[in-house]
Design a binder for this molecule. Structure first.
Ligand code: PMP
Length: 444
């Protein structure tokens, strides 16, 4: 009998008791190869000695000091580390406890910025369908997953959703990547104008989409066109890199590969690599200056802002990534991983698309390749793949997204950066086995 209330009330998962490197062990002694880092969290794998040592040292020295009284050396060092590798113009870091808090904080920062500079009429956000930004009410409002929003829709802040960049399903026949990107930017501009350009606070987007449509990589030029539209109308650009940032795509920030600089960027998951709950918002200097010259403070806050042990863990994770050259490894091995996935799954009759970059890959499943029709939602294919993969000792992250208003299934892979090529091959092989056996059984 469990008294722990996770999410599903009728399902008790195995009990995890230990983890090391790429593997998590349960109470029955089964080992699971961690191909998804939980939900793209464990960037360094499990039990990394340097991170554990840094956390111990911090607990011994100073476990907690409230930010209304103090800053700490470790929070200052982490902010320096993050700004040191950040896109141009980023000047300050706001340290919170996770992804939703980071998004929530970014939305409020953007709103307060306009209040400070005398544009309080800006009250509206624009975001994208097929997106996920977190489960707190502000983050849920900008999220574009209809199923998650539905029960709460009447109590969400105003937000409009435009098309995501989803070439597999939405790029027109004969349309070049450039033309597609320009079309999407024009759709964004039309949405801004429909709202009234002076009423929009920000456009919010995941640089590389994660948890709703299975890794959506933007076409080249899309974000540049988006940035131009935002600038033309004085709308801020908030990039959510909670999942795709912190090296997951092979660069510290995913937007580096798009050649754009956002006004605010959120990170979490890989920031602390799962060793501690931590997230952050990085802000452009002008946003921070508007607050410092205006009211003098950001009208927000949480008890655990800049938590010293969380900061120590994140600082250690980021230093190991830098010291061990893991970004270059993720880029090189990520290409090899993509090739392994294509080799193992590319010809499968129910694999519609395989896409990704770095150590961030999605496999989209279809009932029929020619029509790209999704499997019937009632089959709950994603749940069956998760269970089948676990029975094979593999942790992958499958879920159902909304495709054309229907449920589609895909599998997200986000292995720790320490994965060897042999680990990556093992992941591709076991996943192919799970997908094959589940799709065969579902169609029987
Ligand atoms: N933004 C994105 C892009 C995410 O993927 C997630 C988590 N899946 C969140 C925000 C929310 O983060 P958290 O679950 O830590 O609140």
């Amino acid at each position: 009998m469990t008294h722990v209330f996770h999410r599903h009330l009728h399902h008790t998962p195995p009990v995890a008791i230990a983890a090391s490197g790429m593997t998590i062990r349960d109470a029955a002694g089964r080992d699971y190869l961690d191909a998804s880092g939980g939900a793209a969290v464990s960037s360094l794998g499990h039990g990394h000695p340097d991170v554990i040592a840094a956390m111990h040292a911090q607990v011994d020295r100073l476990a907690y000091a409230h930010t209304s009284f103090f800053t700490t050396e470790v929070a200052e060092q982490l902010a320096d580390e993050l700004i040191g590798g950040a896109p141009e113009g980023m000047s300050h870091v706001y340290l919170v406890s996770g992804g939703s808090e980071a998004v929530e904080s970014a939305l409020k920062m953007a709103r307060q910025y306009f209040v400070e500079i005398g544009q309080p009429q800006r009250t509206h956000f624009i975001a994208r369908r097929q997106s996920y930004h977190g489960n707190t009410l502000g983050a849920l409002a900008v999220g574009g997953n209809a199923w998650r929003r539905e029960p709460f829709a009447p109590i969400l802040v105003p937000a409009t959703h435009v098309s995501p960049c989803y070439p597999y399903r939405e790029q027109h026949e004969g349309e070049s990547a450039d033309q597609y990107g320009v079309r999407l930017a024009a759709e964004l501009e039309a949405a801004i104008l429909a709202q009234g350009a002076d009423r929009v606070i920000a456009f919010v987007a995941e640089t590389v989409g994660g948890a709703t449509a299975g890794v959506l990589t933007p076409v080249p030029g899309y974000f540049k066109a988006v940035r131009e539209v935002c600038d033309r109308h004085g709308v801020l650009l908030i990039l959510d890199e909670v999942m795709c940032g912190m090296g997951r795509c092979g660069t510290l920030y995913a937007c580096e590969q798009e050649g754009v600089v956002p006004d605010l960027v959120t990170v979490a998951k890989g920031l602390g690599g799962g060793y501690q709950p931590i997230g952050a918002v990085l802000a452009q200097r002008r946003i921070v200056e508007a607050m410092s010259q205006g009211s003098g403070f950001f009208q927000h806050g949480h008890t655990y802002l800049g938590h010293p042990v969380a900061c120590a863990a994140a600082l250690a994770v980021q230093r190991v990534i830098r010291r061990d050259g893991l970004l270059a490894k993720v880029r090189d091995d990520g290409e090899a991983f993509g090739a392994m996935l294509r080799e193992a799954l590319g010809d499968h009759p129910h694999v519609g698309d395989i896409r990704g970059r770095g150590f961030f890959w999605g496999v989209e499943l279809v009932a029929e390749r020619a029509t790209k029709s999704p499997f019937a939602p009632g089959l709950k294919l994603h749940a069956r793949i998760k269970n089948d993969a676990m029975a094979r000792g593999l942790l992958c992250y499958p879920f159902g997204g909304t495709v054309d208003g229907r449920q589609g299934d895909h599998v997200l892979l986000a292995p720790p950066f320490i994965a060897t090529r042999q680990d990556l091959q093992e992941i591709a092989t076991r996943l192919a086995g799970a997908i094959d056996s589940v799709t065969r059984a579902a169609l029987r």
